[in-house]
Ligand binder design. Structure first.
Ligand code: MIC
Ligand code: SF4
Length: 643
């Protein structure tokens, strides 16, 4: 049978199940990546499995999120991660080397292989023909232990690209167009596979901008074929031997096809507070801008930054604007410096930030009150920038540079500049000395733990009946940034569950943690796409710590659903959508779960209103059932492993 690229890679890694969309499958994982904010917990979980060494082809631990080091916490975490990597056979990318996704693309991506990462933007390496999936830290720990990764066989949406991008229109505008059409819920259970004549005109970094932000569709991942362009990119990275061809078979089909004509695509912009709130830049042109931020794992390739540098050359950013540039990797930063780009940035008055996530995750460079911030990033969720009432827009580096120069939202085509053509270098500057290989004598390495590294929570088997009140009732598209915010105050607490739990739902309801604790826990009720965004398992772990036992919603985002199950929180959906309207915050509920079984509905008693509500546990396999009964995945996993 003719297969598309997604089906081919899955078929080559299939451990159980069939290539039938929607059915549970498990796949072998070749590579894993972690970043510091999710990695500490993932490695503590790996340690609990009791294995001497990772069992993957390659595992890399990056440090890029928690870089402010306003106290000892982050520095302690970095030291723990470095010593842990040395001992357990993991490569360690030191702070300063860049953002995990960009560095992984440059130095480790391998066409046709699978990559599981404890970060939702892991699909970045899909730009080089990998099947790269984001997941919670515990799933990464299990993959490092050699266990297969469980998911539902995705539908494959083909995105057919025709034509060629016009001057000042770039890859970011392609993914913004997909988001405009499909929304932040449109990708759940799906892989977006790009094909068609327009693909050959996109470089690997441009493709990776698209697969990176494909995460905002809620997609399982996004993938480009591995072709001559991929080969040339890997060759320029000194890794031609890692290349192999992965293209769709003749006659391969897709569950749905979207077509985008690159010739007619215009500069687009995602308006506050959702990546799918997309308009043309000209529609919102003229809005005054306070801040511009360029960089992140989405848009800091050599081409992106050199294009911005050419636009800024000899000019100064507008008087009311603060421009921050955070390059995605040390490789790009060095090359942009060598080729004169940095000089143009400095000359224009840009503030040069380190190669790290920085402002993207609210770690510094917060916008002013009610300020408009234009970012080349991938998320503009409410409160994420660190300033609750800021208005964050997402756009291409070209649009960002135009806004920085004029001080108002500006379509870069309206600057009257001559087109800028920046080609990818035929040879990148390759220097892997900031990547530390695992220790030769691991038994001699001591794992260094500071006071911020708390103990792992203990699993408790599920009771026969779940009781408690509706602790909070929320609407659609609740993000993990709402549930468990990041930012400079909270991110350093990622290894400390009791401390971080005090911030659950802080952006929407500061009294949640104390209410949850004093009432003995209970239920969360919400609308569609609950838990979209980040892979952070703290958005399940911390509510569980506060006593949340079940989450009842209209629908879930993929990674968060898996995280809830991994930590023994029962995920439920309404059988009758209208019942969502009936439930009130504060209602006392009781749910008998002795009848829990695959596909079985349960009856939830709303004791306050004296009504019954049919609910569907979102458990796809016997494994999921087992995890809920056991109160989480860790004890289950330890039993599965041959030591
Ligand atoms: C994000 O972009 O939201 C993050 C911060 O990279 C998260 C990971 C985290 O919360 O640590 C993600 O995308 O998974
Ligand atoms: Fe870092 Fe932002 Fe990318 Fe997340 S989206 S990995 S915070 S740069």
């Amino acid at each position: 049978m003719a297969h598309n690229v997604t089906q081919k890679i899955i078929a080559a890694h299939l451990v159980s199940g069939e290539l039938q969309a929607g059915s549970p499958i498990s796949i072998r994982i070749d590579q894993t990546l972690t970043q510091d904010a999710t990695g500490t917990m993932a490695y503590l979980q790996f340690e609990a499995l009791g294995l001497p060494k990772v069992r993957t082809e390659l595992s890399v631990s990056y440090v890029d999120h928690n870089m402010l080091q306003s106290g000892f916490e982050n520095a302690d975490d970095h030291r723990f991660l470095q010593s842990f990597a040395a001992k357990y056979g993991i490569h360690f990318s030191r702070p300063g080397n860049g953002i995990c996704h960009q560095v992984h693309l440059e130095r480790f991506s391998k066409p046709g292989r699978t990559l599981l990462g404890s970060d939702s933007h892991t699909p970045t390496s899909g730009g080089a023909g990998m099947l790269a999936i984001g997941a919670g830290g515990l799933d990464i720990a299990l993959a490092m232990g050699g266990l297969a990764f469980n998911l539902n066989m995705p539908q494959v949406i083909g995105v057919k690209l025709t034509g060629r991008l016009q001057p000042f229109v770039s890859a970011k505008d392609i993914i913004l167009e997909v988001l405009r059409r499909k929304t932040v819920k449109g990708g759940v259970g799906k892989v977006f596979e790009y094909f068609g004549p327009g693909v050959a005109s996109l470089s690997v970094p441009a493709r990776s901008t698209i697969t990176n932000m494909g995460a905002e569709l809620g997609a399982t991942t996004s993938v480009f074929p591995s072709d001559a362009v991929t080969r040339a990119y890997l060759k320029a990275q000194g890794r031609e031997a890692d290349w192999s061809e992965w293209v769709a078979d003749a006659g391969a089909s897709y569950d749905e096809v979207l077509e985008i004509d690159l010739d007619t695509l215009e500069p687009l912009i995602a308006c506050p507070h959702s990546p799918d709130n997309v308009k043309t830049v000209r529609e919102v042109a003229g809005t005054p801008v306070a801040q511009v931020a360029i960089g992140s794992c989405t848009n800091s390739s050599y081409t992106d930054l050199m294009t911005v540098s050419a636009m800024l050359k000899g000019k100064v950013v507008a008087e009311g604007v603060s421009l921050g540039i955070s390059p995605g990797s040390r490789q790009v930063m060095e090359m942009v410096t060598q080729d004169g780009g940095l000089l143009n940035f400095i000359g224009a008055g840009a503030r040069i930030l380190e190669s790290a996530c920085g402002p993207c995750i609210g770690m510094g460079f917060a916008p002013p009150s009610e300020g408009v911030s234009i970012r080349s990033f991938n998320r503009n969720f409410y409160g994420r920038s660190g300033t609750k009432n800021a208005a964050v827009y997402l756009a291409s580096p070209e649009t960002c540079a135009a806004c920085a120069l004029t001080g108002v939202i500006t379509d870069p085509r309206d600057l009257g500049m001559a087109p800028i053509q920046v080609d990818l270098p035929g040879q990148f500057l390759v220097d892997d000395r900031m990547i530390v290989a695992p220790a030769g004598e691991p038994e001699k390495v001591e794992v260094l733990r500071g006071p911020n590294i708390a103990k792992l929570p203990v699993n408790h088997a599920a009771p026969d009946e779940i009781r408690g009140s509706v602790l909070i009732r929320l609407g659609d598209d609740i993000t993990t940034d709402h549930i468990m915010p990041a930012g400079a105050k909270v991110l350093p607490l990622r290894s400390n569950l009791p401390a971080i739990s005090e911030y659950v739902f802080h952006v929407v309801d500061e009294s949640f943690p104390s209410r949850a604790k004093s009432s003995g826990g209970g239920f969360i009720v919400a609308g569609h796409n609950y838990g979209q965004g980040s892979s952070r398992e703290h958005a399940a772990l911390a509510p569980r710590y506060l006593g949340v036992k079940a989450v009842l919603v209209q629908s879930f985002a993929r990674i968060h659903l898996a995280n809830l199950i991994n930590f023994g929180i029962l995920p439920l959906t309404f059988v009758n959508a209208a019942d969502y309207e009936k439930m009130q915050a504060g209602d006392e509920l009781a749910l008998d779960i002795r009848g829990l079984g695959l596909g079985k509905t349960l009856l939830l008693q709303d004791l306050s209103q004296g009504i019954e509500i049919a609910v569907q546990p979102q458990l796809a396999s016997e494994r999921d059932l087992e995890l809920i009964r056991k109160g989480g995945a860790l004890s289950w996993a330890s039993e599965q492993l041959e030591k």
